[in-house]
Design a protein around this ligand. Sequence first.
Ligand code: HEC
Ligand code: HEC
Ligand code: HEC
Ligand code: HEC
Ligand code: HEC
Length: 125
Amino acid sequence: MSLGLACLDCHSTADQQAAAGIPSVRKCMLCHEKLAVDKPGVQKVRDYSARGVEIPWQRVYGFSPEALVHFRHAPHYQAKIDCATCHGDVGKGTVAVLAVKHTMGTCLNCHRQYKASEDCASCHY
Ligand code: HEC
Ligand code: HEC
Ligand code: HEC
Ligand code: HEC
Ligand code: HEC
């Protein structure tokens, strides 16, 4: 979704909280009450909203609970690391796909470059 919408318009907690947040269908309706109502995709969105149901998005990013990882967006936002560094060019599609596979190696590679924490406890519970 290009359209000049900023990532933070929808993922409005990525700058402050751990999770970037998936927007509620109510947020979509701020625009789609009026905008592009003839598009089939938008009709689906409006249908969920009319039924008072959230859109059942598939999560694409995340770690298995056993890995006991706690990732937080906020320190990365503060360090001015672009969303695209970790998620690829999300703006190009309408449905999110896994563009970048995050492993302990990718985290640590960058942490070494930036002299960020390599302490086990900063990433694991
Ligand atoms: C700030 C306004 C705004 C918000 C919020 C917004 N959209 Fe949109 N959306 C647009 C605009 C503008 C278009 C493009 C309309 C056009 O191409 O005529 C669009 C287009 C779409 C389309 C049609 C794409 C196509 O070309 O068929 C879908 C589907 C869609 N939005 C889904 C969503 C969903 C889901 C949300 C909530 C997560 C959302 N939108 C939130 C402004 C918004
Ligand atoms: C119009 C609202 C909207 C905008 C603007 C938007 N997103 Fe999203 N994003 C969503 C919704 C809704 C989902 C969940 C749907 C999905 O997974 O396809 C999502 C999913 C994602 C995911 C996958 C999350 C997961 O684990 O499933 C990432 C990563 C993401 N967005 C990053 C971005 C980035 C980076 C930008 C800016 C380039 C951006 N988004 C702009 C609404 C938006
Ligand atoms: C340093 C790498 C990194 C950067 C930079 C980053 N993300 Fe993420 N993002 C991740 C990881 C890793 C996850 C999975 C986290 C988890 O499951 O605990 C994730 C998950 C997400 C999700 C899924 C929902 C959620 O809240 O967990 C969304 C949406 C998302 N990111 C959007 C963004 C946006 C928007 C930006 C830019 C403001 C951004 N990300 C910047 C690594 C990053
Ligand atoms: C592209 C570079 C990059 C990637 C990839 C990256 N990080 Fe970071 N991370 C940083 C930077 C830069 C900081 C901020 C360091 C500072 O403020 O001193 C940071 C900070 C953190 C912090 C806060 C550390 C503290 O001491 O408070 C945690 C936790 C963290 N990252 C976890 C992760 C995890 C987990 C991953 C992999 C999923 C990851 N990071 C991937 C660059 C990155
Ligand atoms: C910068 C963040 C970061 C640091 C520092 C870090 N890890 Fe990890 N670690 C991760 C991530 C992210 C995963 C999950 C990778 C995946 O799901 O592929 C992981 C996975 C693991 C796993 C595998 C868990 C499983 O069951 O899948 C072990 C074991 C582990 N880490 C141990 C450590 C130890 C020991 C240290 C300290 C020497 C450490 N980690 C430091 C981010 C980090």
